[in-house]
Design a protein around this ligand. Structure first.
Ligand SMILES: [Zn+2]
Length: 122
């Protein structure tokens, strides 16, 4: 339904992706011509390092990729549905309070990472 998102699913985490790019052996073609048609999909890295400062110099496609990442992040921030607050998980009839319930019926503190798959046994 969202082709754009699917298309970028292979991005993974930006830092992981960058790390993977940096760990690949240098692309000779890119080193020689400053261009490689495989772009980000090249099995070699296009990141070169400044000989003087040792700072990484990212290829245009990687910079472009960073831009897309930022756009995606902004997009997701504005359109993503708000996460449901945990308190809405156990809805009680109006007027009821959790502390009025018998101990066995009280929901466990969520901070303990309770396994909700057992909820049916109560
Ligand atoms: Zn290449």
């Amino acid at each position: 339904m969202n082709n754009r998102k699917l298309h970028y699913d292979w991005y993974k985490d930006p830092n992981v992706f960058l790390q993977e790019q940096a760990n690949k052996p240098p692309c000779r073609h890119y080193g020689q011509y400053g261009y490689c048609e495989y772009g980000l999909l090249c099995k070699y890295t296009h990141i070169v390092y400044d000989t003087a400062s040792g700072q990484p110099i990212y290829p245009p496609e990687l910079l472009q990729w960073f831009e897309l990442q930022k756009q995606e992040a902004t997009l997701n921030n504005t359109t993503a549905p708000k996460p449901i607050p945990p308190t809405q998980r156990y809805k009680l009839p109006s007027g009821w309070k959790i502390k009025d319930l018998p101990l066995s019926l009280r929901p466990p503190p969520s901070k303990h990472g309770y396994d909700w798959s057992n909820a049916g046994f109560w």
